[in-house]
Design a protein around this ligand. Sequence first.
Ligand code: OGA
Ligand code: MN
Length: 295
Amino acid sequence: MSITVEPVKPHIGGIVRVSHDHLLDDETIETVRRELETRGVLVFPQIAVSDQLQLAFTDRLGERVNFTRQVPGSDADTADVYKITLDRKLNSEPDYVLGTFFWHIDGITIDQPLPKATVLSARKLSDSGGATEFANLYAAWDLLPEEDKREYENLRVIHCVEAAVRPVHGHPSEERRARYKAMAAVMEQPLVWTHEDGRKSLLLGTHADGIVGMPGAHGRALLARLQQWAAQPDFVYTHKWQPGDLVIWNNQGLMHRVVPYTDEGRVMHRTTIAGTEKPGVPANAANVESIYQVA
Ligand code: OGA
Ligand code: MN
């Protein structure tokens, strides 16, 4: 056995022990695929990968997501490695990085299959803040009372970038709103996603702006309550980073956020693995309109 996985909490988290030399082995890749389904988030303590090794690991797990090419902060030589940092010299638009302070699912406002997994490696840590929290949205669905499940099963939710960055900008300028429109879609997602393997998870996050056909306040209140439910300590793993840590998470079944930091020295390198399942569709105008009705 060149790889072992030690659970962190009953509902979430796994610590992976594997050496550099075995990171790309079939056994490692199979184990990671399996454990991403059960543990949700896997930590490779201080494995200290290069960009090349991180990309090779990403490629072994599936297709790279090309949205990393459209976001600011990637270099020409490693265009698929996105720099998560507030340092403007490395990332020309840190505003989107500030959006990571709030619960979210990566890529949920893009009209493409939901990214399967995200890989993040710590290059430079911040002096304070900067831990990353992960909440298991499979567990959040599974443990809901049956009567709530029946009530929520068929609800549809509007997700948009504008909602995702509202806590960053408040009222964005017209120019900024036009940019959001160009970079992403307004998506309609099921509240409860039945995956191809039959498992179900909630789709939640700050980008969720309302429930189709429900007056705005009612929809947002329910989303806020569900988000709070899903973020209860039993469903959450908090990763306190050490230099060289690599973390991979199941982006289809977890939401995540980072504890706020101001240190421009913090640098994480992110790669993303494409999914094959697409739970959402671009929202139609009437459904979008419905979530902005007051009563
Ligand atoms: C991200 C993200 C969290 C972090 O890159 O998508 O959410 O800890 N990052 O920087
Ligand atoms: Mn993210």
